[in-house]
Ligand binder design. Structure first.
Ligand SMILES: [Zn+2]
Length: 445
């Protein structure tokens, strides 16, 4: 592979790295690329004049036949566990962006849509701080290299070294060990930096308007190829659809709301689609309906009752964490591309800014719902919990996720399958919804 045999001493000129990238053109190449071929420059990174790094010196892309710009011709990993370098030979200059993610530790290199002409098996083995790397198209127009590291690392350098005629361009990333805490901090700083342009007007906190006819989105969990939890007689997807339809009827009977269902039949709907439906309808309240199950037979025998969850970055307890993992895994199960943890992190921070008000309302609705349910439905031992449920990540709509009970428990399952029980739950939801909007109206005055 052209250029892949080039070896270089990793640079020792380690500087502080804030997650931004910079271009260091060679003097002879600079005029033609200035301001155009630049990497994603953020956090004050600037195009600087050159230090000719010997790295790409021997690499070629074949004299006289320039390679297409967006192609990776080869790679090289050098150095050791004190300082590891990762190099890619590119057919031409490319915008790139490098950042690190802490859990699990990895470094993300984003490129425009790029063709990877790497040898079979490339990336399976690493060296130094690099365990392995993966590469490919992440979405139309965007390619990504994910470098898995052996532990927390700091990006000490990331630069595109522009080539002289007949040479390939070399993208170099240099990694040094760091602590987990520092890596997490860098990740947050980077995410915050990227957020700025996404917030239209940082001054006023988004006020949540209360329309005359609130829109309630009722979300029956799972569906289609995703059955959810399974009991001995019923699958979660069927049970929750039946309950959601009871809720829909009860709310429509109140004649005060517009009711939107995320599904009305046995069909798969991704978590993102559910959130998008709520957004498209300007939901004023989002209620997701699920049923729990426990794998442990012993626990399944004794653990029962309904729980109402709100969104939190961290699960309130281990059980909630497992529950959130299960509920969040459905897209994976359906073979959908799942957004990366990085995207989630960015989204989380954006949500943090926008959801203070919605999270207060979510908490209020949870309280109303629990007290309504309490009158006729068995509650779990700790019915108020919160966790990182993806479907609850909605900046503008208060949202809760109800686990109706445990279909892993024979008694719970039997009760939950009864239409009378289902309409009792629906009535409780409808009462709680009414109380919730009354509260919100009162708070507005
Ligand atoms: Zn579920």
């Amino acid at each position: 592979m052209a250029g892949a045999e080039g070896r270089s001493e990793p640079s020792r000129s380690v500087r502080g790295w804030s997650g931004s990238t910079e271009v260091r053109p060679t003097p002879e190449a600079r005029p033609s690329v200035d301001g155009k071929a630049g990497a994603t420059v953020s956090g004050g990174g600037t195009a600087r004049s050159s230090r000719r790094n010997g790295a790409g010196g021997k690499s070629k892309s074949g004299a006289g036949t320039p390679e297409p710009a967006n192609v990776v011709l080869g790679h090289e990993i050098g150095g050791d566990t004190a300082l590891t370098s990762f190099g890619l030979w590119l057919g031409g200059p490319a915008d790139f962006h490098v950042r690190s993610l802490s859990d699990p530790p990895r470094v993300i290199l984003d490129l425009p849509e790029t063709q990877f002409r790497l040898a079979e098996g490339a990336g399976r083995e690493g060296k130094g701080l690099i365990e392995a790397f993966r590469f490919g198209l992440i979405e139309a127009g965007k390619s990504r290299v994910v470098i898995d590291t052996t532990g927390p690392v700091r990006v000490t350098r990331a630069e595109l070294i522009l080539a002289q005629a007949g040479e390939a361009f070399r993208l170099e990333i240099e990694l040094a060990p760091t602590t987990a805490g520092e890596m997490a901090g860098a990740e947050l700083a980077e995410a915050a930096l990227n957020l700025k342009p996404m917030i239209p007007d940082p001054k006023p906190m988004p006020r949540i308007e209360l329309p005359a006819r609130p829109v309630i989105v009722v979300d029956a969990g799972h569906g289609g190829i995703d059955s959810g939890a399974s009991g001995s007689r019923i699958a979660e997807k069927d049970l929750v659809l039946a309950v959601a339809q009871h809720v829909e009827r009860a709310l429509k009977e109140a004649r005060a709301y517009d009711v939107v269902m995320t599904r009305t039949k046995d069909v798969f709907v991704s978590l993102d689609e559910r959130v998008a439906i709520a957004r498209a309808h300007n939901a004023d309240l989002f209620v997701s309906v699920h049923a729990d199950s426990l794998a442990s037979r012993e626990a399944a025998r004794s653990v029962r009752g309904a729980t109402v969850y709100t969104l939190a970055d961290q699960a309130t307890d281990e059980l909630t964490r497992q529950e959130a993992d299960k509920e969040n895994a459905v897209d994976l199960l359906a073979g959908l591309p799942v957004s990366t943890a990085a995207d989630d992190q960015v989204r989380d921070i954006l949500l943090d800014l926008m959801r203070r008000e919605t999270s207060i309302f979510s908490g209020q609705f949870r309280e109303s719902l629990i007290s309504e349910l309490r009158t006729g439905v068995l509650l779990s031992r700790d019915p108020r919990r919160s966790g990182p449920f993806k479907v609850l990540r909605q900046p503008s709509s208060p949202a809760v996720l109800v686990e109706l009970g445990y279909i892993s428990n024979v008694e719970d399952e039997r009760i939950m399958m009864k239409p009378q029980w289902q309409s009792k739950v629906a009535a409780a939801v409808a009462h709680a919804v009414r109380e919730h909007f009354q509260q919100r109206l009162a708070q507005r005055r």
